[in-house]
Ligand binder design. Structure first.
Ligand SMILES: [Zn+2]
Length: 287
């Protein structure tokens, strides 16, 4: 059964580790992540962007697939199904469809409007037992065609949004989505520490987990980051493994064209990446 992400993240804050949010794109992605979580006895958050939701034939389709898989594959670790970077309307749709968690990304609104919309959604989500993440200070890079430069969130704005009753908070600390550029300055731990001081035990979320050096990930976790979003890294490992299979001509040998064979190396590559991240984040055996 799907659960909201609140309790697993509060536990992570207390235990000084982080839970991975791994974004899904299809059945193979979902199965790879859920099986890896179960094998490693780790809590997990499945992220769905609005674009991926559309691609997977709508939010209700996603909910049906994930719920079916939890039951048929006997997944017993805590699993949250979470809308990633949702719009106001998207968040409402996902709550109605049966998601157990949503992120409302109001970071592109002026802070007053972000506050007003977040307030409404907190009320709606909590009435339905759904957890809610908000964002302050836009996180750079490109996600579903929205491009932004990495920002450092104002700790006081973080406090203002935290006080609205959100369950966990994404604050820009120089992190970006996708691959990091050569001249990236690194995470701003001073900003992170200041925010942490103001918001107390509220779990913090680090977006753009692909390509952040391991020591920075560990420092971020020690400063209160309890949820780390991983998306691009699984896409890259899937791509590499699939490319290798084709380049080696395996799709032309025997029944190598069978999609269950063609997609298998990519599936295994996602599993390996997810396991590696769970070990790095410290969530193994924390279910
Ligand atoms: Zn993000």
């Amino acid at each position: 059964m799907l659960v909201p992400a609140t309790e697993m993240l509060q536990k992570a804050v207390r235990g000084h580790y982080a839970v991975g949010q791994f974004n899904i794109n299809n059945l193979e992605w979902t199965k790879a992540i859920l099986l890896t979580a179960q094998e490693n006895n780790s809590p997990v958050i499945l992220g769905v962007s609005e674009g991926a939701g559309k691609y997977m034939a709508g939010y209700k389709t996603v909910v049906g697939m994930v719920n079916g898989m939890l039951e048929e594959q006997k997944i017993t670790v805590p699993v949250a199904l979470h809308l990633d970077h949702g719009s106001y309307e998207g968040a409402i749709k996902c709550v109605e469809a049966g998601f157990s968690s949503v992120m409302f990304d109001g970071s592109h609104y002026p802070i007053d409007e972000n506050v007003a919309k977040t307030t409404e959604l907190v009320k709606l989500c909590h009435e339905k037992g759904v957890s809610i993440e908000a964002e302050v200070g836009s996180i750079g890079g490109e996600e579903d065609g929205v491009v932004g430069a990495g920002e450092i969130a104002d700790p006081n704005e973080c406090k203002a949004i935290a006080d609205l009753g959100v369950d966990f908070l994404a604050a820009g600390i120089g992190n970006i989505h996708g691959k990091y550029p050569e001249n990236w300055k690194g995470l701003d731990f001073d900003a992170l520490a200041k925010t942490k001081e103001l918001i107390g035990d509220l779990p913090l979320v680090l977006h753009g987990g692909t390509g952040i050096p391991e020591n920075m990930i560990k420092t971020a976790i020690s400063l209160g980051v309890a949820k780390i979003n991983v998306n691009t890294e699984c896409q890259l490992s899937f791509q590499e493994a699939t490319r290798k299979y084709i380049e080696e001509g395996k799709d032309r040998q025997g029944k190598g064209y069978d999609p269950r064979k063609l997609l298998a190396p990519g599936f295994e590559a996602i599993k390996a990446t997810v396991k590696e991240k769970m070990e790095l984040f410290g969530s193994v055996n924390k279910a």
